[in-house]
Design a protein around this ligand. Structure first.
Ligand SMILES: [Zn+2]
Length: 371
């Protein structure tokens, strides 16, 4: 089961609010999806994710395929029961990690061969294999295999990557149609490097194959934020209005609000979880480093007014102490706050779109940030 509905559109930008019905529940968009790379959103249990407002989480095909593998997860009929998360799950195809983590990735029309970053073992991922793996993981939304190139890349390399991505997308669609039982939705991934006409060409190629949703990949790979937004700006309007649009691996709160303004619906990023473990907490006034000496005797909550579990019960002085002492609880409490911050930020954006107040919300966001 999969159904996307746009319920409100901003009159002053391309921002929209919608609902995404999946087998494991309804997701309200725009949505931020916490990243659970290896079947865990680092340091949090599912109850904490729910309390922080998470509606859907991400699992990573490359990591889960290598460890613990489909044989183990298959015994639990998929990731939901294995990790005790009943809500919707999206899994990426593994393409990005093959090119960024694995060794000796070689590409052919058939797929990509690589060596595991864990033990050097050799693997071949083909379009039909990534569909099989994601079916085994039991995700509600699954992704096509894509060739994610580095930044900067030449036009020639960007074109070659988009062509193979389109070819693999067709293979993925065919494999998905054969195996699917109506339980998941397959998204195509737009590539094309930092070239506008290639981005459009990639989107057109995928739309011809026709997917239940579309993602924009290959962004936030080291390019300046302006260039990332330029690529999103030219790609998003060329994707169907009636389908969900997912920007992969982006980004900061500033990136998120701008991408929502450009018409994106779904996001994932390791920023709130990774930075939490480095002591960085997100607030509406910018980021705060909890290790800062100024918090040593500070009895105030980390972010006054924040309704997350961490801010309701603990002080800056305590969080700083935990972090300086490298107590495990530091990572968990910081992560709870950051995930709550990202999710409630998206929720506020959604409410502003529905109330047709997105523009004033955006202005207020930048006003607070500059203070
Ligand atoms: Zn908080």
């Amino acid at each position: 089961m999969f159904e996307f509905k746009v319920i409100a559109e901003s009159q002053t930008s391309r921002a929209r609010a919608g609902t995404l019905a999946t087998t494991h529940g309804v997701v309200e968009t725009p949505v931020f999806m916490p990243v659970g790379t290896r079947g865990s959103v680092k340091s949090l249990c599912p109850e904490e994710l729910l309390a922080a407002g998470a509606q859907i989480i991400l699992g990573n095909t490359y990591h889960l395929y290598l460890r613990p593998g489909c044989e183990v997860i298959g015994r639990f009929a998929g990731l939901h029961r294995f990790m005790h998360w009943d809500g919707p799950i999206l899994t990426d195809s593994g393409g990005f990690q093959v090119f960024s983590l694995a060794k000796l990735a070689t590409i052919s029309d058939e797929g990509v061969t690589f060596q595991s970053h864990l033990d050097g073992s050799s693997h071949l991922l083909t379009p039909s294999k990534v569909i099989d793996i994601q079916n085994c993981l039991g995700a509600d939304i699954i992704m096509c295999l894509d060739d994610c190139i580095q930044y900067p890349a030449t036009r020639e390399d960007s074109l070659a990557a988009l062509e193979i991505t389109t070819k693999w997308a067709l293979g993925c669609k065919q494999a998905w149609q054969k195996t699917q039982n109506g339980r998941n939705a397959l998204f195509g991934i737009v590539q094309g490097g930092m070239f506008k006409e290639l981005r459009k060409r990639s989107a057109e190629g995928l739309m011809e194959i026709d997917f239940p949703g579309y993602a924009v990949g290959g962004l936030s790979v080291g390019e300046p934020a302006e260039l990332m937004l330029e690529m999103a700006d030219c790609t998003l309007p060329s994707l169907p209005q009636t389908k969900p649009r997912y920007i992969m691996g982006v980004g900061t709160p500033e990136n998120l609000i701008e991408l929502v303004a450009l018409g994106a619906d779904m996001f994932d990023c390791v920023l709130p979880t990774r930075n939490a473990r480095n002591g960085q907490m997100f607030t509406q006034y910018g980021t705060v480093n909890i290790s800062n000496a100024q918090y040593k005797n500070d009895t105030k909550p980390p972010v006054p007014g924040c309704e997350c579990y961490t801010c309701r019960h603990y002080s800056r002085a305590y969080l700083r102490h935990l972090y300086m002492a490298r107590e495990l609880l530091a990572y968990r409490l910081n992560t709870i706050h950051n995930i709550h911050y990202f999710i409630s930020f998206m929720k506020q954006m959604r409410e502003a779109i529905v109330a047709n107040e997105f523009e004033s919300f955006r202005k207020e966001f930048y006003r607070q940030l500059e203070n």
